[in-house]
Each structure stands twice: as structure tokens, then as C-alpha cells.
Design a protein around this ligand. Structure first.
Ligand SMILES: *Cc1c(COP(=O)(O)O)cnc(C)c1O
Length: 392
């Protein structure tokens, strides 16, 4: 069976009633026949039938053994870090998601877990950074917002050889495009807030493990720490997953057209999109991803915050907002929004200039989206004295 058929039919028909849509079990507890005698459910933090359908579904989709649903992507990340002990060391991709950076640096460092940030786009850098204390390698591919690509299979080999766990944050690619466990990763996490739910209407996180042993440890942490996903939001993520492949295909097709349009714009300096042959490690992206995704970033020849600000404030279809992965297109100015807390020097090192704009390309018609960008560029550039001096 092909994947899309498998996904749809891995979501079971309700055995009790035949309901084709998964029932939302909005309950805190389950009545027992005798003390300890029940139908597999005793208390809804430990287990909930709606959440269980989502957890089994994401495990299948990522080709793992176990899946767990959390209240947010960060709660999922938090659960994975709790596998570690004081004295352990993590090697993490240097332009890691800002919230993960904050959690690692400001919470886990004080409990004795140290984090080293490495440019993982070159596999050799990872091998060089490993010490006897390294217990976990944490990567994202593509990263946010400049879409850096790391060789997951190459890094997995190094992890295995050194007896270190590899966790991949697969939020940007989604399992419709990339399956890190097939490439050798031990754990995959998602901010299901983005492509998996897909409609910008909830916050959720997921963890998938490659082995049952790791799964049992995450399950223990999920129940012990308690940051579970509620039944209604679990149901919404299940519903989102049903159309994931279709959406990712269209997001990617639209983004490819827009990236190619941006390449031709004279006032744009860099266009970051894994589907462009000019993108660093494009060949690796091509090897490990089926689709290139819906996120694009670009900056301007004139690195001017005001000018970039004017562009993102003048688009009509691209709504100015943080987040990504929804059906409606969004744009943002990372230096003032998602990456504001990062010191300018560090920000520039990872390519997040003052004029860098991030697009989350939605499911509108690509021609309309291009027309929207054209009118925003025309409006912003027309009034800019700096632009006049460059084009004169
Ligand atoms: C959004 C995001 C997260 C955090 O997820 P939340 O659901 O917002 O907690 C983690 N990693 C990546 C790559 C993200 O984009």
C-alpha cells in the first residue's frame, strides 16, 4: 500500500460505535470494575484513547516504535532532554530553534547538562566535537530560518559509532518529506503546531522513538512530568495528519515557484530555499527529503531593517505573524520577531541579517502570492531613498 492510503487507514474506525472519525474522549478518569481491573485506561494523564490514536499514528508515520503527544513542541523537547543526567553533554546544531536554545541554556545548564553548539552542516564538525561526556546530538534539518541542511545519515553513523543518541527535530520537513529514523536517528520530535496540525489553530508537540526501550523511558517522563496533549487538540492533529502529504506537496510546489521568482529580483541578495540548486547542501536535501517544504528566507541588497519592515507590512495575502506551516501564508522579520532575543553578532553569524524576511508559503495560488510580493516590493522600494541611490 502507498503511504497516503496507509496514513488514512492507520487511523482506526472506533471499535465501540463504528464512528469513522476518532471520538474525543473528554474525560479525566475511567471507571474500574474492581481495583486495578480496567480496559487499559485508568487516568487521562497516563493514557487517553484519543491521544493514543494520535500517538500510534505518528509512530507509524515516522516509522518508529512508539509515539507520544505533548502540550507543545517545547514540552516534547523537554521530555527528550530529561533522558539525560547531570554531567552529560549535548551537541546541538548552532542555529537551533530559539525556544530550544532558551530551554537548554537557561534551564538545563543549571542542572548540570552542558550544551555545545556546532555547525552540523559539515559532518566532520560533529565528529570533532564529541567527547566522553556526549550523550545526545540534537539537529534540525532544515533549520529555522535560513534552512541549513545537515546530513542526517552521516551524523547518525557518527552517533552510533560513539554510542550517542541522535534526536532530529523534524518540524520543518515533516514526515511526509523526511523520515529521520529511516536514516538512523534514535528519536524524532515535532512541533505539531506547524505542518502536522497544519491550520494555525493549536499548539502541540510529538516525540517518536526508534526503539521500544527508549519509548518506555519517554512514556515514563510524559506521565511523570505531565505535559500531555488534551483530547480535543489530539483530535485536531489527527485530522491535520490526514491531509499532510497533500498539503506538503502543494506547500513545496508553491514555495519552489516563489523562490525562483525571488532569485530574479535585483534588490534581493540571498534566497534560502533547499529546492534551489544554489542552496548550500542542496544535494543532501535532495537525497534525504522528498519535498523541499514551504519555508523560504531572503534578504536585501540594502541590509536595512526599515525597508524590510515596510515589505512585510505591505503584503496583503502574506500575513505578518510568527509561526509557520499553516494553510494561510505568513511572513515575518526574524530580527524583530522570532530572533529578537539573540545578540546581533550571533544572529548575523547564522545569516539572520536585519533585512532577512521569512516566508511560510501557504496553500493559496502561487501566482497570487507572487503578485502580492511584487506589489509589496514596488510599494516599499518606491518610497525608499536608499533604493534610489542603489538603482541610480
Ligand atoms: C515552533 C518550533 C518548535 C517549538 O514548538 P512549539 O509548538 O511552539 O512549542 C520547536 N522546533 C521548531 C523547529 C519549531 O519551528
Amino acid at each position: 500500500m502507498k503511504e497516503q492510503t496507509q496514513i488514512l487507514h492507520s487511523i482506526p474506525v472506533d471499535p465501540l460505535t463504528g464512528s469513522i472519525s476518532t471520538p474525543i474522549y473528554q474525560t479525566s478518569t475511567f471507571v474500574q470494575e474492581a481495583p486495578g481491573v480496567h480496559k487499559g485506561y485508568d487516568y487521562a494523564r497516563s493514557n487517553n484513547p484519543t491521544r493514543k490514536v494520535l500517538e500510534d499514528c505518528i509512530a507509524k508515520l515516522e516509522n518508529g516504535t512508539n509515539g507520544y503527544a505533548f502540550a507543545s513542541g517545547l514540552a516534547a523537547i523537554d521530555a527528550v532532554i530529561k533522558l539525560l543526567e547531570a554531567g552529560d553533554e549535548v551537541i546541538a546544531v548552532d542555529d537551533i530553534y530559539g525556544g530550544a536554545f532558551r530551554l537548554f541554556t537557561h534551564i538545563y545548564q543549571k542542572f548540570g547538562i552542558s550544551i555545545r553548539y556546532v555547525d552540523t552542516t559539515n559532518v566532520a564538525n560533529v565528529a570533532d566535537a564529541i567527547t566522553a561526556k556526549t550523550k545526545l546530538i540534537w539537529i534540525e534539518s532544515p533549520t529555522n530560518p535560513t534552512l541549513k541542511i545537515s546530513d542526517i545519515a552521516g551524523i547518525a553513523e557518527i552517533a552510533k559509532a560513539n554510542n550517542v543518541l541522535l534526536c532530529v527535530d523534524n518540524t520543518f520537513a515533516s514526515p511526509a518529506s523526511q523520515k529521520p529514523i529511516n536514516l538512523g536517528a534514535d528519536i524524532v520530535i515535532h512541533s505539531a503546531t506547524k505542518y502536522l496540525a497544519g491550520h494555525s489553530d493549536l499548539i502541540a508537540g510529538l516525540v517518536v522513538t526508534a526503539t521500544k526501550e527508549l519509548g518506555d523511558r519517554i512514556k515514563f517522563i510524559q506521565n511523570a512530568s505531565g505535559a500531555i496533549l488534551g483530547p480535543f487538540d489530539s483530535w485536531l492533529v489527527i485530522r491535520g495528519i490526514e491531509t499532510l502529504t497533500l498539503r506538503i506537496r502543494q506547500h513545496s510546489e508553491n514555495a519552489q515557484k516563489i523562490a525562483e521568482f525571488l532569485l530574479k529580483e535585483k534588490l534581493i541578495k540571498n534566497v534560502y530555499f533547499p529546492g534551489l540548486p544554489s542552496h548550500h547542501n542542496h544535494d543532501i536535501a535532495k537525497k534525504q527529503q522528498k519535498y523541499f517544504g514551504g519555508v523560504i528566507a531572503f534578504d536585501l541588497v540594502i541590509d536595512d531593517k526599515e525597508l524590510a519592515s515596510k515589505i512585510v507590512s505591505s503584503t496583503k495575502l502574506f500575513k505578518l505573524a510568527e509561526s509557520l506551516g499553516g494553510v494561510k501564508s505568513l511572513c515575518c522579520l526574524p530580527c524583530e520577531m522570532t530572533h529578537k532575543s539573540i545578540p546581533a553578532e550571533k544572529r548575523y553569524q547564522s545569516g539572520v541579517t536585519d533585512s532577512l524576511i521569512r516566508l511560510s508559503v501557504g496553500l493559496e495560488d502561487a501566482d497570487d502570492l507572487i503578485a502580492d510580493l511584487k506589489q509589496a516590493f514596488a510599494f516599499a522600494f518606491a518610497e525608499s531613498a536608499v533604493v534610489e541611490s542603489v538603482t541610480a
